[in-house]
Design a protein around this ligand. Sequence first.
Ligand SMILES: [Zn+2]
Ligand SMILES: [Zn+2]
Length: 380
Amino acid sequence: MKFFALLLLLAAAPAGARDRPVDIRLFSLHRISSVNLEADNGGVFCGDRLLKGHARITAKGASLFLDGALKAGPAKTLKIYSHGGLWLSGPGLPRRRYTGDLVFSIAKNRLKIINSVPLEAYIAGVVTGEAGDLSHPEAYKAQAVAARTYIVKHLKNHLGEGYNLCDSTHCQLYSGLGAISPKARDASAATRGEFLLYKGQPASTFYHSICGGRTEDMTYVWPYEHKPYLISVRDGLPGKPYCSIAPRFGWKTKLYYTGLTRLARQAGWILPDEQAGGLRISAWGPSGRAHQLEIYTQRRRVKVSATDFYHGIGRRAGWQAVRSSFFKILSGKDYVMLDGVGNGHGVGMCQWGAEGMARKGFKYRDILRHYYPGTELGYD
Ligand SMILES: [Zn+2]
Ligand SMILES: [Zn+2]
């Protein structure tokens, strides 16, 4: 019996387990014209020529030049292959390690670097960054499956620009393979090829740091089509949610009306001659999060969606000021106090809740099923 079960597993595995490459644009937020290359342990090639030690790739006009022990250029593109590791660095750039194919070209007068990295190595890199505060291996595995599924759903993000994903939070934060955490590497290996599926298709695996006790129905946060598995779920027992173990579970922020006025004018919510003199919640989502807010000015009430408010304040005053839309408002004489819980948008998996569930003995399958009800693990 066991033998047949194993055979079935083996039959299901190959398609998802193959390590397809993903094309990532590196240093996507930086404007760079030159980059230093440093071979980890030899084995770095430009064409069929071996690169030893250091080299530098520079963009001059419309051409690229490779200088160092190995010289090449002028060229339109340079392809470097590394099966060991290659450190990239440069003025104003963090020093980061990559493997796989690196294609250098010029786009809009800047150096464009595309790294073709094996999917599983990339996942270990993403999980290192995204799950850095967590500790339990099962929480890491849940994060690895969520990240892998998120990646395959978003492979077309930058297809028009000639690659799959950028390395900033626009897609998923990726800082190379220089400091992979052993837990992230193990979790990625233990779940290799596994995706979260809904009716046989990869699910939209949104996740966030701390839900605050209840996740939110996606349609109350973004104007996307309803997904039956992105609904509001209670995160453990009332009064003692799984994510209550998170540092800074609760938060309070005092917003003076002078500051709120400035932010609301910058965001275009109120006119330059209007003053904010009040803030209230006018609609709530199923989780209890604010869904819509009203700002009172001297002559009207202005409706702002809670998502716009959260992003608008975050972008201008920092993401620590209003850390979620899960808050109550207490009004003072010349200010409002936001008394909140949680951190992030509240949709899908609560990362600290995953950690809390793992510490209570739940496995990553249970964790994923809890936050994305109706989904199942499978191979793509
Ligand atoms: Zn992107
Ligand atoms: Zn939670």
